[in-house]
Design a protein around this ligand. Sequence first.
Ligand code: SAM
Ligand code: SF4
Length: 273
Amino acid sequence: MGIITNLTRMWLTRSAKPFIFKNEYDQELPFAECDGLGLYVHIPFCKSICHFCPYCKVKYEKEQCDRYIDALIREIHLVGSQREGRKTATSLYFGGGTPALVADCLKEIIDALQEHFIITEGIGVELHPDNVTPSVLRILKNAGVTKISIGIQSFQEKFQSILGREQVDMASLQAALSEVPFETVSMDFIFALPTQTFADLKADIDTAFLMGANHVAIYPFIDFTFTSSNVRTMPKKKNGCFWMKSPVIAWRKDMTAVPSGHSPVKKKQSIPP
Ligand SMILES: C[S@@+](CC[C@H](N)C(=O)[O-])C[C@H]1O[C@@H](n2cnc3c(N)ncnc32)[C@H](O)[C@@H]1O
Ligand code: SF4
């Protein structure tokens, strides 16, 4: 390990002790005493890969995906049966990747989890806009999903094209959301893209609420070095620029105005895993 890495580690951990990787969770996941336990299930498959995306994912192949789901269900029973009875968990969230690619298996995964856990505050699923169709939404709802989070990124063609994504079909999106309602409908946006202004972002947020969202999460564009993205990031220092001060931010529907400076509701975590 290089000297800079060592110094950074010491500074971040406030300790000169080296990291020791013990593989202690390979055999056991000690969640029994954990208060406020939340469950996260990762589905690492996507129809196509976005160049800017840092998450753990591969291009969807049915056979590989089927094997993953079988292994996932076995793992759930292996971990869940390490303690007697059903442990309370506040929430269950399916992220990705694109979990809706396995929409037909979600009920089976949720049933497996519910054999070992009591989920008290609902089940969430992350969706690609292509997944927002009445038939997929109905499958999710019937499986017990209460919250959906849709990766819109932008409703504006020029920013979707910078990100290499297709323009969102707004009429279909709105129709599907009104046909199959959910308790929470969140939409993700990426901001601080080349040429993007504050007004562009505000227009996207306003449109989200018109489309049927009741929650919005915005992420400043991050150029992760290990991705193949060639999107130009904003200059690091720009005095008075709203988004240089903003980490991941969430709005609720009842907040009509974008606040100046810092946002009123900040998510505790940064980018989800
Ligand atoms: C797992 S991802 C995407 C969900 C879904 N697969 C989709 O593509 O619509 C969750 C969110 O992270 C954000 N995100 C992804 N890459 C990012 C990046 N390089 N910088 C900032 N935010 C990013 C996007 O807003 C995205 O919707
Ligand atoms: S942004 Fe979404 S669809 Fe694109 S690669 Fe990442 S997880 Fe997959």
